[in-house]
Write a protein that binds this ligand. Structure first.
Ligand SMILES: Cc1cc2nc3c(=O)[nH]c(=O)nc-3n(C[C@H](O)[C@H](O)[C@H](O)COP(=O)(O)OP(=O)(O)OC[C@H]3O[C@@H](n4cnc5c(N)ncnc54)[C@H](O)[C@@H]3O)c2cc1C
Length: 503
């Protein structure tokens, strides 16, 4: 992916078939779907790809046992079908993971055992199967850090996990390979409305402040928690469709969860489930579900949310760390479709909703990372009708999502030596990663590298802060920036990263 090339295409005089606003899971899925059908496709993202909710998930590709309990069979069945597709289409990005539900009574064991069997029955794929009920000793053998007291056994089942930001960037790259013009740091400021119909958007390059008009036969609003804001650009009095719910995760050292199994804590105070998951050599714990009325790109975890996570771990684990052991804490905001008022956000459905305004703006909201492909298929079907495009069937159901191909860059990156060594002893990020991300994955800032091209910031915020000067130096070199740019980047990153530290 080359940002200059994408900008050159976007500022040209073409009328695109489709303009997509938003470069999270939903928008990037739409871009890949549309471009692979042969539609001329443009996507603009106001910040970095997956800067919003799509890099802040629990990193599960799953049907969601909880939604089964809520009776949402259709959502679970669709999500499990998409899980099956992702395990085949992106095996380098989405991997099976074993989960264990600790039970405190025989009744619980029977209840969750039955639920998981139904889940597997809906799935019918290679991530499913192998579901088992374990006794107390076998449970402790698998997860020795569980509290033995009160434990009556467990139910083991299988699901899948992934690196959300990485999949997002690979979707952007896949869309690019299908000739979509995808670009980050370009914001839709206004909609272009002619004769009452939405015909494109006025875009601003956030790096240069340059504004121009992008024309398109149909415009897709995939701006996540900002979808109501983009809808209001067409019709300021349009009623809101979204409810917002903040979810916080904490990241701990791998020692807190020895073994390969993740743990699902089956019932929290607010009637949810909580996950404790091995992830990229650390342990991810989350999430909370707190209603909020502020859609923010960089939400901060509340102190009470962190206490909530630690308190619930204490109920099930022997040794629970105190706050000082937390390597990083991060929050994300769910864009939830407000289908029925008065429901707690934890009860609001994770279904998606597609709406076409009177002026033809196609808005897609809600859903899950797991179902991004299906959401994209349905959205592009609708958008093609709105834009009067020739009907072309979706091609992504069995389309592989390619991995990084490092052979396309020069030998300095591939040969090893200092370039292949981690910049920091607690992080995997190398100079080669920085150079690669700048050249081939449109990384523009120190944050892009440390937060999303590598997951350094959310794995270990302090180590990421320590690695930042070296990252800034390599990035400045790659992008041809001067010392003042480097210093400004460092200041901005330190300020951001401080919000991921826990006192
Ligand atoms: C705590 C938490 C845990 C979750 N865990 C899971 C999970 O384990 N599995 C799962 O399947 N799902 C999970 N989800 C849900 C999933 O993460 C979301 O459904 C998904 O990421 C939403 O993607 P999106 O593209 O709609 O939104 P976003 O990722 O927020 O993308 C929208 C993008 O639009 C951009 N944008 C906004 N306005 C403009 C504009 N004017 N111009 C240009 N760009 C604009 C934003 O910058 C943003 O990047 C979780 C969500 C949360 C919050």
């Amino acid at each position: 992916m080359d940002r200059q090339q994408a900008l050159a295409a976007l500022t040209g005089r073409t009328t695109w078939d489709l303009l997509i606003i938003g470069g999270g899971a939903t928008g990037l899925g739409c871009a890949l779907d549309a471009a692979s059908r042969g539609y001329r496709t443009a996507l603009i993202e106001q910040s970095d790809f997956a800067k919003g909710t799509s890099s802040r998930s629990t990193k599960l590709i799953h049907g969601g046992l909880r939604y089964l309990e809520q009776g949402n069979w259709r959502l679970v069945r669709d999500a499990l079908r998409e899980r099956r597709r992702l395990l085949i289409n992106a095996p380098h990005l989405v991997r099976p993971r074993t989960f264990l539900i600790p039970c405190r009574s025989l009744w619980e064991r029977a209840y969750y055992g039955t639920g998981v069997l139904a889940y597997d029955g809906l799935a019918r794929d290679r991530a499913a199967g192998g579901t088992r009920v374990l006794g107390r000793d076998a449970t402790l053998q698998r997860v020795p850090s569980l509290r033995a007291r009160d434990l009556r056994g467990s139910v083991v089942y299988h699901d899948a996990q992934f690196d959300d930001a990485r999949l997002a960037v690979r979707l952007a790259a896949a869309a690019w390979e299908q000739r979509a013009a995808v670009v980050n740091y370009v914001r839709a400021e206004r909609l272009l409305i002619e004769g009452g119909t939405v015909r494109g958007a006025v875009a601003r390059d956030v790096e240069t402040d340059r504004e121009w008009t992008i024309r398109a036969k149909a415009v897709v609003n995939a701006s996540g928690i900002f979808a109501d804001r983009v809808r209001s650009l067409e019709s300021p009095s349009a009623p809101g469709r979204l409810a917002y719910s903040q979810g916080t995760h904490i990241v701990l050292d791998a020692a807190f969860l020895p073994g390969e199994s993740a743990v699902l804590i089956p019932r929290t105070r607010d009637g949810r489930v909580l996950f404790v998951i091995p992830w990229l050599g650390s342990v991810l714990v989350g999430t909370t579900d707190e209603p909020t009325d502020r859609p923010e790109l960089e939400p901060r975890p509340a102190s009470a949310e962190i206490d909530f996570l630690l308190d619930h771990m204490r109920l099930y684990f022997q040794e629970v760390p105190d706050r000082s052991a937390i390597r990083s804490a991060f929050a994300g905001i769910r864009p939830l479709f407000r289908s029925a008022s008065g429901l707690a956000t934890s009860r609001l459905a994770r279904d998606h909703h597609i709406e076409v305004s009177s002026g033809g703006l196609v808005t897609i909201i809600g859903g899950k990372w797991t179902t991004y492909r299906q959401m994209a298929e349905e959205t592009i079907d609708r958008a093609a009708r709105v834009g009067d495009l020739p009907p072309i069937p979706c091609r992504t159901r069995a389309m592989p999502i390619p991995d990084r191909d490092r052979s396309v860059v020069d030998s300095r990156i591939t040969e090893g030596g200092a370039w292949a060594r981690p910049i920091h002893d607690r992080l995997a990020c190398t100079r080669a990663d920085v150079a690669w991300a700048a050249r081939c994955e449109m990384a523009r800032t120190v944050e892009d590298i440390l937060s999303r091209r590598t997951r350094s910031l959310i794995l270990d915020a302090r180590a990421a802060m320590e690695a930042a000067p070296e990252v800034a130096a390599v990035l400045a070199d790659e992008l041809g920036r001067d010392a003042s740019w480097r210093d400004a980047q460092l200041d901005a990153f330190r300020e951001l990263a401080a919000g991921y530290l826990v006192d």
